[in-house]
Design a protein around this ligand. Structure first.
Ligand code: IVH
Length: 722
């Protein structure tokens, strides 16, 4: 739609405008007329980059500044408003890839407040319209993901859509059904509700986002700029199976429409409690009811401090009038409700200079350029390097050595270059040259078809070998404690470990020779290596570091083989029948087993007594195999959602409703009547929470799970539960 020249032109105009916003706002009528037209074009361009291509080239903050400037001009000179101005609709594009559906109520966006003063101004307006002296507000995090609307009819999830242009969205029901936090059934009828439309956000946790991007880079794909783009891109994929692979979550925050018309639903907070009780993931525990705007401001300040520790990316707080009965009186502008506002956190960005670029070799040979910066402080952290991902990333943004760049950081998300300040160029900047040979082993680099990255394909490349050994020893793979990055490097440099097989032939005396090792630590390492011989087969498959085979794929493969050697024989077509394994993955597995170097390593492992068959995997993860569990009422050991995860982890199945195939109904406090009755009807065994805990307590650390759920910090990882 836009040629590279056009894109550049728009980008430069954007910078020009951002520099001169003061002048723009003070424009005379004649000037304003010209500015308004230009701003509209620029905003349309950025809308396209953001919504259609999911590849924004400016930050939200700058986008908002442009949008506001246009709004202010139109406010001063209303006759300049045209029906096609971006301010006259909620900006978005529908790409025609999915059928469209009309929302029950328009999905409006929120007005933004960038300062405490603007919040006070909002409060004054609310008080003026309602005539009330003090207003009760709810304050909740503003999730940075992709907005969705979910419709439930007669307790069933019938439709899920994107926001689209606010009036009409895209029907992505099948994709949303793959997201575990969206209940397929929710008993709205308990509250006399026949039809409900709920607003929420599809998000990806910061941890998963970092993992996903790492995987994408390894696969030679372009990384997502931020968790929001990752979520938005993910839910709009064509194949629901692909959607299911991403660790997406849906969090709901607004009951936007109900039939029959709500009668006794007084407050927003109450509606959140209802949604929570129906099994939705909500922001309830992070939402505070505040009396008056000063309490609101205090809570916002608290969160601005806390945002880094939150598992999801948030860019502000949403303040809503708690009393839903006031919604109508307060009304709506064409874009926003007047009963809510978003308080935006200050962006954490800084300007610094790109002083150098180094090239790193990844485990699978991918070459990643890493930018070295003049160190800058960003929200309490010193940032001195950023990933530049790949050559396309650099070329698209025309990043040069010596450029001044805007670096942005949010939470645990790796810092990235949000903008290049081209107007600061002196002419001394140099283009970034890509190496022709591997910086580690000197072999010629290649670019595989359909990939954006260069690779070193030398299997004996030292940089890759070290990373492969590190990967094998890592927690998610063989979990060899004491075999950390530094030790692996030492062992490799001394020629003691050249591949993962060599680890199992290390002698105590070898380890004692390494700097930093005493008798005790050396013994511990030997013991850890011995223990790792019994890891389940899926960890071995994952640990081998076959391209495209992550831990989920490894588990899928493990289900259909008895020994690692089966993988050498199994035909490509059979592999491709497995869920989540396409041609690319299957071919990569075959290629791995076709290399004699790899076969030698596996033989070495076998000779050393490393488990290469499935039986050892049974012990822990199979205790609940073949059993289906349903939960009712509140559990005290953990949330129902978590209990379900534990069941699945131990080989069982978890379901929200009782069928004749259910094995156990676990009854917590205040159980639902329907489930108990159904269990009786189908003669399903009901057990108490205590009995359930007895079944699982030897395999999971419940104390830890409870603690982690309580603090809301970090979802426990599968590996750490044991
Ligand atoms: S309430 C009419 N609450 O922010 C009010 N929105 O700019 C409905 N968002 O489109 C929205 N967290 O996608 C609300 N706690 C929250 C939110 C939230 C994120 C998003 C949502 C909305 C956008 C508004």
């Amino acid at each position: 739609m836009f040629t590279p020249e056009k894109e550049r032109e728009f980008y430069e105009k954007t910078l020009e405008f951002l520099k001169n916003l003061g002048k723009v706002k003070r424009a005379t009528y004649k000037e304003a007329k010209k500015f308004v037209e230009e701003l509209r074009e620029i905003i349309r361009f950025h809308d396209y980059k953001y919504y259609v291509q999911s590849n924004p080239v400016i930050s939200d903050y700058d986008y908002d500044r442009l949008f506001r400037a246009l709004k202010e001009l139109e406010k001063r000179y209303p006759d300049l408003i045209t029906p096609d101005s971006p301010t006259q609709r909620v900006a978005s594009e529908i790409t025609g890839e999915f059928p469209t559906v009309k929302h029950y109520t328009p999905m409006l966006s929120l007005d933004n407040a960038y300062s405490e003063e603007e919040l006070r101004e909002f409060d004054r307006r609310v008080r003026q319209i309602t005539g009330l002296e003090t207003i009760e507000y709810t304050v909740e995090p503003k999730l940075d993901g992709a907005g969705i609307a979910l419709v439930y009819e007669n307790d069933l999830f019938v439709r899920g859509a994107t926001r689209g242009d606010g009036e009409v969205g895209e029907d992505i029901t099948n994709n949303l059904k793959t997201i575990r936090t969206i209940p397929l059934k929710a008993e709205f009828s308990r509250y006399g509700i026949r039809l409900a439309e709920i607003r929420g956000e599809v998000v990806i946790s910061k941890e998963e986002f970092n993992k996903l991007n790492q995987e994408r880079v390894e696969e030679g794909l372009s990384p997502f700029a931020n968790p929001r783009n990752a979520a938005a891109g993910s839910i709009r994929q064509k194949d629901p199976k692909e959607v299911a692979k991403r660790k997406l979550e849906a969090i709901v925050y607004q009951l936007s429409y109900v039939e029959p018309e709500e009668s006794n639903l007084e407050t927003h907070y109450e509606s959140l409690k209802i949604l929570h009780s129906l099994g939705f993931k909500t922001l309830l525990k992070d939402t505070k009811v505040c009396k008056g705007i000063e309490e609101v401001i205090e809570y916002c300040r608290e969160w601005e401090e806390r945002r880094d520790k939150y598992p999801y990316e948030i860019d502000g707080m949403v303040i809503k009038v708690n009393n839903r009965k006031l919604y109508e009186k307060l009304g709506y502008t064409s874009h926003h409700p007047r009963w809510a506002i978003a308080y935006k956190f200050k962006p954490r960005r800084a300007i610094t200079k790109l002083v150098d670029v180094v090239f790193q070799v990844g485990r699978t040979g991918i070459i990643t350029p890493v930018g070295k910066l003049d160190p800058v402080q960003l929200g309490g952290v010193t940032v001195s390097s950023v990933s530049l991902f790949n050559e396309d990333f650099i070329r698209e943004r025309d990043i040069r050595l010596g450029d001044y760049v805007v670096v942005e950081r949010s939470g645990d998300v790796i810092p990235y270059i949000a903008e290049v300040l081209k107007e600061k160029r002196t002419g001394d900047e140099k283009p970034i040259e890509f190496p022709k040979v591997c910086p580690s082993c000197g072999s010629k680099l290649v670019k595989l078809p359909d990939e954006v990255a260069f690779r070193c394909i030398n299997i004996a490349c030292p940089a890759q070998s070290v990373l492969r050994i590190k990967h094998w020893a890592s927690r998610e793979a063989m979990d060899i404690r004491g075999l950390g990055d530094a030790t692996v490097k030492l062992l490799f440099d001394k020629g003691l470990v050249k591949d993962v097989g060599d680890i199992y032939y290390l002698k105590l005396i070898d380890i004692l020779k390494l700097p930093g090792f005493g008798e005790k630590s050396a013994m511990n390492l030997i013991r850890a290596i011995e223990e790792s011989k019994d890891r389940p087969l899926d960890r071995v498959i994952y640990g081998l570091g076959i391209r495209y085979v992550g831990s989920t794929t490894a588990k899928k493969i493990e289900e259909v083989i008895k020994s690692i050697w089966d993988l050498k024989e199994v035909p490509l077509e059979k592999l491709m029948k497995l869920e989540g394994i396409g041609y690319k993955v299957a071919r990569s597995i075959k290629e791995f087993f076709n290399r004699h170097e790899n076969i030698e390593v596996i033989k070495k492992l076998e000779k050393a007594g490393v488990n290469l068959t499935k039986k050892a995997a049974k012990k822990v993860s199979d205790v609940l195999r073949g059993k289906t569990f349903v939960f009712t009422g509140t559990l005290s050991c953990c949330s129902r959602e978590k209990a379900g995860e534990i069941v699945e982890m131990l080989g069982g199945k978890f379901s929200n409703s009782i069928t004749s195939r259910t094995d156990y109904l676990v009854v917590g406090q205040d159980p639902g009547k329907t489930k108990l009755e159904k269990a009786k009807k189908y003669r399903i065994k009901t057990i108490t929470e205590e009995e359930f805990v007895n079944m699982i307590k030897d395999y999971v650390n419940l104390e830890k799970i409870k603690e982690e759920e309580k603090t809301g910090l970090r979802e426990p990882k599968v590996g750490r539960l044991f």
